[in-house]
Design a protein around this ligand. Structure first.
Ligand code: IPE
Ligand code: IPE
Ligand code: MG
Length: 253
C-alpha cells in the first residue's frame, strides 16, 4: 500500500510512464496581483498572462493533452472597472487576430464556451472566423471560456431542454444527466480530469460546475503570468498520485 502524505515527499516519477489526464482545465488567475506586485496597472498583468496562455497551450498540445479548457473571462468579471474590462476586450481581439495568423499551421482546434453574444460585433466576427478556420482540425481541443459561468451554462441547457419539452420532443422524465450534459457548451467532450488553479485561491469561481463533479484539483501559489511548463508538469505529477474512486471502491494496485 503506497500512501504519500503532505509531509512525506513523493518519490520521483518516471514522467514517460505517467498517466496523463485527457482533459485539463486551468483557471488563469493572479494577473492583477502579478502587476500590483510590480507597481504596474492590472492590464499589464493581463498582457503577460495572455502571452503565458499561448506558451502553456502549445506545451499542453506538445505533450499529448487531448482537451484543454482555459478560464479567460467569467460572467462575473463584467463587475470590474470599465478600464480593466476594456483592456481585456482589446487583448482578446489582439489574441484572436494573432492566433488566426500564427496558429494557422498548428493543429489546435479552438472552441469558445460561454455566451459570446455579449461581445462587440468585431470580437464576435473574430470568434466566428477562428471557429471556421479550426473546424476540421483533429489535434488538441482548446476551449476558451469567455463570458463563461457554470451556473449560466446549466440555465442555458435547462432552457433548451424546456423548449424541447414544450414542443413535445421530450417527456419530462426523459430529462436525464446525459441530456443535460449534451446541452452544455462542452457536449461530447470528456469531463475534466484535472483543474489547475494558480494564484493560491481555493475556490471554483463558477468554472465547469457540472463537469467537475469528480475532477481532481491542484492549487498552486504561483501567479498565472509566472506559471511555467515545469509548474504544469508538477501539477500533472500530483494528479498521477491521486486515487480516483468516483464514489466506488478502489481496485487494489
Ligand atoms: C485573472 O486574473 C484574469 C481574469 C479574471 C480576467 P485576475 O485579474 O483575477 O488577477 P487577481 O486575482 O486580481 O490577481
Ligand atoms: C476566475 O477568477 C475567473 C478567471 C480566471 C477568468 P476571478 O479572479 O474572477 O475569481 P474570484 O473573484 O477570485 O473568485
Ligand atoms: Mg482573480
Amino acid at each position: 500500500m503506497a500512501l504519500f502524505s503532505a509531509n512525506k515527499p513523493a518519490p520521483a516519477l518516471d514522467r514517460s510512464l505517467r498517466r496523463l489526464p485527457q482533459h485539463v482545465g486551468i483557471i488563469m488567475d493572479g494577473n492583477g496581483r502579478w502587476a500590483q506586485k510590480r507597481g504596474l496597472p492590472r492590464s499589464a498583468g493581463h498582457t503577460v498572462g495572455a502571452q503565458n496562455f499561448k506558451k502553456i497551450t502549445r506545451y499542453c498540445a506538445s505533450i499529448g493533452i487531448r482537451y484543454l479548457t482555459v478560464y479567460a473571462f467569467s460572467t462575473e468579471n463584467w463587475k470590474r472597472s470599465e478600464e480593466e474590462v476594456g483592456a481585456l476586450m482589446r487583448l482578446f481581439q489582439q489574441y484572436l487576430e494573432e492566433s488566426l495568423r500564427d496558429f494557422l499551421d498548428e493543429d489546435i482546434k479552438v472552441r469558445f464556451i460561454g455566451d459570446t453574444t455579449a461581445f462587440s460585433p468585431r470580437l464576435q466576427k473574430l470568434i466566428e472566423e477562428t471557429r471556421e478556420v479550426c473546424k476540421n482540425r483533429t489535434g488538441m481541443v482548446l476551449n476558451i471560456a469567455m463570458n463563461y459561468g457554470g451556473r449560466a451554462e446549466i440555465v442555458h441547457a435547462v432552457q433548451q431542454l424546456c423548449e424541447k419539452v414544450q414542443r413535445g420532443e421530450l417527456a419530462p422524465n426523459e430529462v436525464t444527466e446525459q441530456q443535460i450534459a449534451d446541452h452544455l457548451y462542452t457536449a461530447g467532450q470528456p469531463d475534466p480530469d484535472l483543474i489547475i488553479r494558480p494564484s493560491g485561491e481555493m475556490r471554483v469561481s463558477n468554472f465547469l460546475l457540472w463537469q467537475s463533479a469528480y475532477t481532481e484539483y491542484v492549487v498552486s501559489d504561483i501567479l498565472w503570468p509566472d506559471f511555467t511548463p515545469e509548474d504544469l508538469e508538477k501539477a500533472l505529477d500530483d494528479y498521477c498520485l491521486r486515487h480516483r474512486r468516483f464514489g466506488g471502491v478502489e481496485e487494489s494496485r
